[in-house]
Write a protein that binds this ligand. Structure first.
Ligand SMILES: *Cc1c(COP(=O)(O)O)cnc(C)c1O
Length: 424
């Protein structure tokens, strides 16, 4: 981890060119890398030496950008993936297998809910979803002998539930398993979950990190703090020999980089969800201004939330930075500088009025996206969470009338004017 402040890390981390080398991160647009000795390339395949040989495993552009995100989170090792979905899939598959169990906070992004509730279930991994506001006793009660991880989102998309990170970290650690946090909405500018006990952080870099709605991407960062060897029987994938690499033991050989090395060497090798170097290049340009954009998103969201709260046609507003919000206390503790630019609200006319109002918006667009420079809205019950029944919707914190509003970095007066005419 560098000693720079977060703003400097956004610009400088991950890449320091030598004499005569490109000033900004070059795109290594190459599937493969040349060697003069066949012996040396053999050592790369055995993980005896580190080096590039095939972009499905590693690519220099991607590694530079992963190193920047790792530094922003204060981690020990990081990797990019093709999407946030791939990041959350790999984070679990790297430590759990058929017959295992995971504990998840129930307020989750719809895609992650489907992944954990249905897709990995077909692979034999079962998830228990717990109310993020549950008591410590309730939380401790859902662990089993075969539980391998605890998962939650810093700020849930779209429920905007702020996770009590310390509560979840201490329950995970009391049961000798790592705590994995999807930090997409908060970004490391507003919250660094490792400082609150998380062991592994994932991101959909598609959102604020890219920030311009240009590239789908993901990232995984490991704090290096979880001691796999101490609970060896629980995590044989990390603590027992990997026969596909001549019997190396990841936790012994790679120390704090064990989790990421295994995810790269096994999962990326076999499943191949790589980020393209071109996308990593664009992501890096987004990251350079993350520290400027995130505060403006937060400021605009708070102003829009205050405006909506005072409007006669609005039934409710949820924005964790708004005093009086159910999660204001947790937000002030974990994210004192701001939460995110996303807020949700409902109209007195319910679901029908929501859809009607959205259709009247002019500048603010209806898109399946959040967390980019442009203001946009979505109705999760009709769009992202469409597959869920009413009960699943409410468990995920999504009321049927909920409008998700991702406040952009346009001038706040233009944003409010568009809301005003659509509400009229
Ligand atoms: C969007 C999102 C994901 C999925 O990421 P993709 O890049 O779309 O695959 C995961 N988690 C959260 C919190 C998200 O907002």
């Amino acid at each position: 981890m560098s000693s720079y402040k977060i703003e400097t890390k956004c610009i400088q981390s991950g890449y320091e060119p030598g004499n005569g080398e490109p000033r900004i991160v070059p795109i290594y647009q190459s599937t493969t890398f040349r060697y003069t000795s066949s012996e040396q390339m053999g050592r790369l395949f055995d993980l005896e030496e580190s080096g590039y040989f095939y972009t499905r495993l590693q690519n220099p552009t991607n590694d530079i950008v992963a190193a920047k995100i790792c530094d922003l989170e204060g981690g020990a090792a990081g990797m990019l993936t093709s999407s946030g979905q791939a990041a959350n899939f790999y984070a679990i598959m790297n430590i759990a297998e058929a017959g295992d169990h995971i504990v998840c906070a129930s307020a989750l992004y719809g895609g992650t809910y489907n992944l954990y509730a249905h897709t990995i279930k077909k692979m034999g991994i079962e998830a228990t979803f717990v109310d993020p506001d549950c008591t410590e006793e309730e939380l401790n009660g859902v662990f089993r002998d075969n539980t391998k991880a605890v998962f939650g989102e810093t700020i849930a998309n779209p429920a905007l539930v702020v996770l009590d990170l310390e509560k979840f970290a201490s329950a995970a650690h009391a049961h000798n398993v790592p705590f994995i946090v999807d930090n997409t909405f908060a970004t490391p500018v507003n919250c660094r979950p490792f400082e609150w006990g998380a062991d592994i952080v994932t991101h959909s870099t598609t959102k604020y990190m890219d920030g311009h709605a240009a590239c789908v991407g993901g990232a995984i960062v490991d704090s290096g703090n979880f001691d796999w060897m101490a609970y060896g029987n629980k995590f044989p994938g990390l603590t027992a020999p990997d026969e596909t690499y001549h019997g190396i033991v990841y936790a012994e050989k790679f120390g704090k980089a064990a989790f990421i090395t295994k995810a790269t060497a096994q999962l990326m090798r076999d499943l191949g969800s790589i980020q393209s170097p071109q996308n990593a290049f664009l992501l890096n340009i987004g990251l350079e201004t993350l520290h400027l954009r995130v505060p403006r998103h937060c400021e605009n969201a708070l102003a829009a939330a205050e405006y909506l709260k005072g409007h006669e046609k609005v039934a409710w507003v949820s924005c964790p930075s708004l005093p009086g919000d159910k999660y204001y206390g947790l937000a002030s503790k974990y994210m004192p500088d701001g939460t995110c630019g996303v807020l949700t609200f409902g109209l007195k006319g319910g679901r029908e009025a929501a859809v009607k109002m959205m259709d009247k918006l002019k500048m603010i667009a209806i898109v399946t996206h959040v967390a980019d420079a442009r203001s946009c809205v979505l109705h999760p019950a009709s769009h992202t969470h469409r597959q869920m029944n009413e009960k699943e919707l409410l468990e995920a914190g999504v009321q049927p009338d909920l409008i998700r509003f991702s406040v952009g970095i346009e001038n706040i007066e233009d944003i409010i004017a568009d809301l005003e005419q659509a509400l009229q």
